[in-house]
Design a protein around this ligand. Structure first.
Ligand code: SF4
Length: 340
């Protein structure tokens, strides 16, 4: 029988963070100069990640996304990809990256069996990229996106967090750029989870406003499919271009959320907004069997009642969710630790 949580939601996908480190300092994720990092000895080895993945797939997970921090900073990542890709229970194996190191890794990742890649790209302007990320690696990201397209990833996606006063004037340019590399853009509403210490309601560009601006330019926007458990709603333009919008702030999709998240040190989170999680590293390193891990996962998911973004909708939104003081005390509250 399918494992379901308190609201009847199955556990189908798992986001695995392989590192909490990142080589960019994006305003909406890691804007501060200093962070509390996970202790190195706590970071899961590839063998440990594979063992936990097996316990999750035995309980129903079929989709895996490798995240970070920036996952390409993890040495020998293609070895993990190859190990996961060889498991028949995993039907979909994807990775989200900022693209900085993608040029030299795309072909090896594809060869190792990675199915899909999503690259974060918030602007097409060098000066904005520098202001947004604190880095001058814009050209490396663009080259990386081209390398991923050339490596033959079939469903290349570009994720763009739209922020008012920052990049909301680039919707049309980003759609045009995506077409040139055979990618699909997904515009994401700015969220105030951990790490978003500069978030404010005024900086959110709602889905309706994005659709209006795109529709005005293209002469119409057509929704393409029924809402599934995927976070993005997809749309079609008159010229055949498709794109997605992830309205995580104004129209949360908690009701269909089937995502589990594993931090790089083996803490299992039931929600992006969860205040705490279940430490799976401890039982794993203490010698727990696959059966014992499965039972633990089964018991915890059965009791899941998380719906963080929906609850956040009803709260005072004039302040950020997690104050900087709290973030500095617990690395697990940070978005870059939670895998975004
Ligand atoms: S807020 Fe939590 S429950 Fe809602 S969609 Fe995000 S991860 Fe899922």
């Amino acid at each position: 029988m399918t494992l379901r949580d308190k609201f009847g939601r199955p556990m189908r996908s798992l986001r695995i963070s392989v590192t909490d480190r990142c080589n960019l300092r994006c305003q909406y994720c890691m804007p501060e100069p200093e962070y509390v990092w996970l202790p190195r000895e706590n970071i899961l080895s590839f063998e440990e990640i594979a063992a936990l993945t097996d316990a999750f797939t035995a309980e129903g997970v079929g989709r895996i996304r490798i995240t970070g921090g920036e996952p390409l900073l993890r040495r020998e990542l293609p070895a993990l990809v190859a190990s996961l890709a060889s498991r028949p229970a995993i039907q979909d194996l994807a990775l989200t990256t900022n693209g900085v190191l993608l040029k030299s890794r795309a072909a090896a990742l594809r060869e190792a069996g990675l199915h899909r890649i999503t690259v974060s790209l918030d602007t097409l302007r060098r000066d904005r990229f520098r202001a947004l990320t604190g880095s001058s690696d814009f050209d490396a990201v663009i080259t990386g996106i081209h390398a991923a397209a050339e490596a033959g990833f079939p469903a290349l996606k570009l994720d763009t967090v739209i922020m008012r006063g920052t990049n909301e004037d680039e919707l049309i340019e980003l759609l045009a750029f995506a077409r040139t590399v055979n990618a699909e853009v997904r515009f994401i509403e700015y969220m105030d989870v951990g790490g978003a210490t500069r978030w404010s309601p005024a900086a959110v560009v709602p889905r309706a406003e994005m659709l209006e601006a795109i529709g005005r330019h293209y002469g119409g926007v057509i929704p393409t499919e029924e809402r599934s458990s995927a976070p993005a709603e997809r749309f079609l333009l008159p010229d055949g271009t498709t794109f997605g919008i992830i309205a995580s702030t104004t129209a949360p999709f908690c009701a269909t959320c089937d995502r589990a998240r594993l931090t790089a040190d083996g803490v299992w989170l039931l929600c992006l907004y969860a205040a705490g999680g279940t430490d799976l590293r401890r039982p794993l390193r203490a010698g727990a069997s696959q059966d014992e891990l499965r039972q633990l996962i089964h018991a915890v998911w059965s009791l899941r009642a998380d719906r963080g973004a929906e609850e956040r909708l009803g709260m005072d939104r004039q302040t950020t969710l997690v104050p900087l003081r709290a973030l500095k005390k617990d690395a697990h509250l940070e978005m870059h630790t939670r895998g975004g």
